[in-house]
Design a protein around this ligand. Structure first.
Ligand code: NI
Ligand code: MN
Length: 226
């Protein structure tokens, strides 16, 4: 499966010819200034929660592409009220079968206010089940025992998790999360964008390697095969 990283927690996964864009925060990210959001194609935009560093470019990309926004009920309805026509509200524990596969909304331990102060429901993660490779995107979250449920739901091939600490899991907790979800390959996100979440990439990879885990840190704009 091809994954393209667009900085911070934004990435694009291509499944069965469909393009799934997660948590677009690009135009306001100094580190991603080479990326022009007008060039991004998407069929679906999945939003883990309402914080600006996950939703900032969702409206513009949804309007440009006609992509369907998949998010918790409160976030999805916030976009509906703005005039977005294609949206799919979910909530924790629920699954829905789309044309690329099934999305299961799972717990995340984090907050979720929307950029204008509106209530943003609760933060979630997504389990993406499909014919190619199942994966788990935790969204912004603390390490939580709920992650032990993931292998009960499905065998996953890789996960995408925050590693920047301060607002989310740091390296040690993300490595423990990888053990809980029983997948050794982790694409690290949510680091370096702001002062509070700067990391040393080589040290980060070593922390994972010491525990028998593989931490992938693609460059912004890079497409990797996982
Ligand atoms: Ni957040
Ligand atoms: Mn965040």
């Amino acid at each position: 499966m091809q994954i393209t990283y667009y900085g911070h927690s934004c990435f694009l996964a291509e499944i069965k010819g469909k393009k799934l864009l997660f948590d677009p925060f690009i135009s306001g990210n100094e580190l991603a200034k080479e990326i022009n959001i007008a060039t991004i194609e998407a069929d679906y935009i999945l939003l883990s929660h309402g914080h600006f560093d996950h939703v900032a470019d969702a409206e513009a990309i949804a309007l440009a592409t006609g992509a369907t926004i998949i998010a918790n009920y409160e976030v999805a309805m916030w976009y509906a009220a703005k005039g977005i026509k294609n949206y799919h509200p979910m909530n924790h524990g629920g699954s829905w079968k789309f044309d690329f596969g099934t999305v299961k909304a799972v717990n995340a331990v984090h907050s979720s206010g929307l950029p204008d102060g509106s209530y943003g429901g609760n933060a979630m993660g997504f389990l993406i089940l499909n014919d190619e490779k199942n994966f788990y995107y935790s969204g912004d979250t603390a390490l939580t025992l709920d992650m032990q449920l993931i292998p009960m739901f499905a065998k996953i091939e890789f996960s995408i998790m925050p590693i920047g600490d301060n607002f989310t899991m740091g390296l040690e907790d993300a490595a423990a999360a990888a053990k809980m979800v029983q997948s050794n390959t982790v694409i690290g996100v949510h680091y370096d964008t702001f002062g509070f979440i700067k990391i040393n990439k080589e040290k980060a990879k070593a922390v994972f390697k010491d525990k028998g885990l593989d931490l992938l840190l693609p460059n912004i704009g890079e497409t990797i095969e996982v």
